[in-house]
Ligand binder design. Structure first.
Ligand code: ZN
Length: 272
């Protein structure tokens, strides 16, 4: 099946929660079919990777999701934002002010989102908190026993970050990756940048033997279906998020195809 980005992009605003689930011993997914956040469990508390859209509906979705998984929202120590778009930074202020989460993102995307994305008169596009801790290529974000390797992968946004970290499945270690941006951007040069970033990230995934994936837009990797498997998984059945080293590289072909199709189509603005 060829992926039809235009045909499914409206799903990114889907507000219907999918039941949260742990996809690894130390990682859980909370969100809707369109956009999700990621909970990473460490020996010193939780990292919330992305914060979905702004608003109470999303705040409640995250808090209720955390509680249903047995987590305490007050244990969120770090808010890590993959890139400067409102469907990833939305609830940030809530978790910073209510629970003291410390936000991290790239400086480029912090400036980008403040200047070009935030809309003071549009509650769906609020970006209303301050970030003082910035991450860039090669940085490692550490909390307790967990290291998250950060890679600068501009394209989807000018300062998007992608991540690699160790996860465990029934105690067995794997290396999991998140391609932090998603749809290719509307500007031609940014599409070429997106492809260069993808090449760089693939190199890093090979270097660190990435063999598992996770997501912040489940529509792009059959995430919803795989979460359903994890909710009902028989212990002896393989974890569908563990896809093997070559499997991960093959999966990145989706993003290459999206960018190449977008260039051929004259560069579509999928954010509209
Ligand atoms: Zn985005």
């Amino acid at each position: 099946m060829k992926f039809d980005l235009m045909g499914t992009i409206h799903l990114t605003t889907s507000t219907e929660a999918i039941p949260p689930v742990k996809i690894f011993d130390n990682m859980a997914i909370i969100g809707s079919a369109g956009t999700n956040c990621v909970v990473i469990e460490t020996s010193e508390g939780l990292i919330l990777l992305d914060a979905m859209w702004p608003g109470k509906l999303w705040e409640d979705m995250i808090e209720d999701g955390l509680k249903s998984l047995g987590y305490n929202p007050a244990d969120i120590k770090i808010l890590l934002i993959s890139h400067g778009h409102p469907d990833h930074s939305g609830c940030g202020r809530h978790f910073i002010e209510k629970y003291g989460a410390v936000p991290y993102m790239s400086k480029v995307d912090y400036e980008f989102e403040k200047e070009f994305c935030a809309q003071a008169n549009n509650p769906d596009w609020y970006f209303d908190f301050t970030v003082e801790n910035f991450l860039d290529e090669g940085d490692v974000l550490t909390l307790g026993d967990t290291d998250i390797m950060c890679f600068s992968t501009p394209g989807h946004t000018p300062g998007g970050l992608s991540f690699i970290l160790k996860v465990y499945d029934q105690g067995r270690p794997h290396m999991a990756a998140l391609w932090g941006g998603s749809a290719p951007p509307p500007q031609l040069e940014a599409n070429y940048q997106y492809l260069r970033s993808l090449d760089h990230f693939i190199e890093m995934c090979r270097k660190y033997h990435v063999d598992a994936d996770f997501m912040n837009h489940p529509i792009l990797n059959n995430g919803v279906e795989r979460m359903a498997v994890m909710r009902n998984r028989i212990d002896q059945v393989a974890n569908p998020f563990v896809i093997g080293e070559e499997g991960y590289i093959r999966f990145t072909g989706l993003y290459r195809q999206l960018a190449e199709d977008n260039i051929a189509a004259g560069c579509v603005d999928y954010t509209k």
